[in-house]
Ligand binder design. Structure first.
Ligand SMILES: Nc1ncnc2c1ncn2[C@@H]1O[C@H](COP(=O)(O)OP(=O)(O)OP(=O)(O)O)[C@@H](O)[C@H]1O
Ligand SMILES: [Mg+2]
Length: 391
């Protein structure tokens, strides 16, 4: 491993360093550089046995680094490889981020066509697999643990949105991007990654920039990417954590399939408590749980302007700030806007975990700025393909 911050004063392996590489590396600081060989050894040659997952960006392997540290090694799809300098500039932004609720990037590998990210390994997998997964996990998510997870994720996102300069819009807040360490402290992963994939690479993945149930309508439809789109996704996630169910579940009766629709119905009927995860066996603080659900509704309001900032969300969650609980407006639902209801087909069994979109907006990371690089027809295409799959 080579730490680029020491490049000037440290003689490097000539295999790693060429005049071209020197040029690419100038101006990049504090990014650890791993050799491909080291990562190959760490992962037993990227063996299947070491593979822990696969997402829109490529495959993830568990590996032991030379230092003895365990790492999650994410091999980005080779088609996504950018120029070294461009890649490292983005990596530097991610590398500089340090927060208890954000996954730590140790460094990367940029040999030849290879673009590999090396992260801190989190022992307890993602919320998608443990809390919402089909297979029962060993982990019992008590009410206290859920509160800690909700507040931790909110703090991590508030940090990206409000402390980082320039601000970072995550673009893909969802349960599979919330990892848990051995103490079940939540860590947001994959922030900053969307920028590593060139916008035209729509075929790289069907899951690059968001999963349908988490997408704010204004982002999905016109590609308007602001922090408010992340806040919408956070609201959906918050409701998932309290209810213990995925945002979309086609196995349920028709008016319960979409969690936001359901939450809104029960909010209007003042029966929100019915939504709280039954696996808690009633062992939860009902006032707090209903408040969290209402905060989820606040975050998913149709008008982005009405959604609170993430630092306000943190204050609301910890009870430092009050809000008018009777004055929440209806959530924005993509299905409403697009007049698109995915209905179960009696013949085909829809895969509820496959409600992803292949919509990839190249929206800017700029703070609350409109970037209408996506367009309506792109979104229509995307949702049509989702519709097709379920029919
Ligand atoms: N730092 C990590 N520590 C432990 N496991 C990880 C880590 N990063 C990723 N994983 C595992 O690898 C899996 C795949 O992650 P990846 O981010 O590639 O895909 P995803 O989150 O499922 O989808 P997407 O590509 O849309 O983010 C995760 O579900 C998680 O189980
Ligand atoms: Mg991920």
């Amino acid at each position: 491993m080579t730490c680029l911050s020491f490049l000037c004063c440290r003689k490097l392996d000539s295999a790693t360093r060429s005049p071209e590489l020197d040029d690419e590396l100038s101006g990049v600081h504090n990014v650890n550089l791993y050799s491909y060989k080291e990562l190959r050894i760490a992962t037993d040659d990227f063996s299947q046995a070491k593979k822990i997952g696969e997402g829109g960006f490529g495959s993830v392997y568990k590996g032991k680094l030379r230092t003895g540290q365990m790492a999650a090694i994410k091999v980005l799809s080779s088609e996504s490889s950018q120029g070294v300098k461009e890649f490292l500039t983005e990596i530097q932004v991610i590398s500089d981020v340090e927060h208890e609720n954000l996954v730590k990037l140790y460094g990367c590998c940029v040999e030849g066509n290879q673009r590999i990210l090396v992260y801190n390994y989190l022992e307890n997998n993602s919320l998608a697999q443990t809390l919402l997964g089909k297979n029962h996990s060993q982990i019992q998510f008590s009410w206290r643990t859920r509160v800690k997870i909700c507040i931790g994720v909110a703090k991590g996102l508030a940090y990206l949105h409000e402390e980082m300069r320039p601000h970072i819009v995550h673009r893909d807040i969802k349960a599979s991007n919330i990892l848990l360490d051995k103490d079940l402290t939540p860590k947001i992963s994959d922030f900053g990654l969307a920028k590593l994939i060139p916008p035209e690479m729509t075929h790289v993945s069907t899951r690059v920039a968001g999963t349908i149930g988490y997408l704010a309508p204004e982002y999905a439809i016109v590609g308007k990417l602001t922090r408010k789109a992340d806040i919408y996704s956070f609201g959906v996630l918050l409701i998932e954590i309290v209810t213990g169910r995925c945002n979309t579940n086609m196995q349920l009766p028709i008016d319960e399939q979409y969690i936001l629709e359901r939450t809104w119905q029960l909010y209007e009927r003042r029966e929100l408590v019915m939504l709280v995860d039954t696996s808690l066996n009633g062992d939860f603080d009902a006032e707090q749980a209903c408040r969290f659900l209402k905060i989820g509704l606040l975050c998913t309001q149709d008008s982005p302007k009405l959604r609170p900032s993430m630092s306000t969300v943190v204050q609301l969650l910890i009870g430092e700030k009050k809000f008018d609980e009777n004055n929440i407006t209806k959530p924005g639902l993509i299905s409403d806007v697009m007049d698109l209801k995915i209905r179960p087909n009696p013949k085909a069994k829809p895969d509820i975990n496959n409600t992803s979109t292949n919509y990839t907006s190249s929206g800017s990371e700029n703070l609350d700025s409109t970037s209408s690089t996506g367009n309506f027809s792109q979104a229509t295409m995307t949702f049509t393909s989702v519709y097709d799959r379920s029919n």
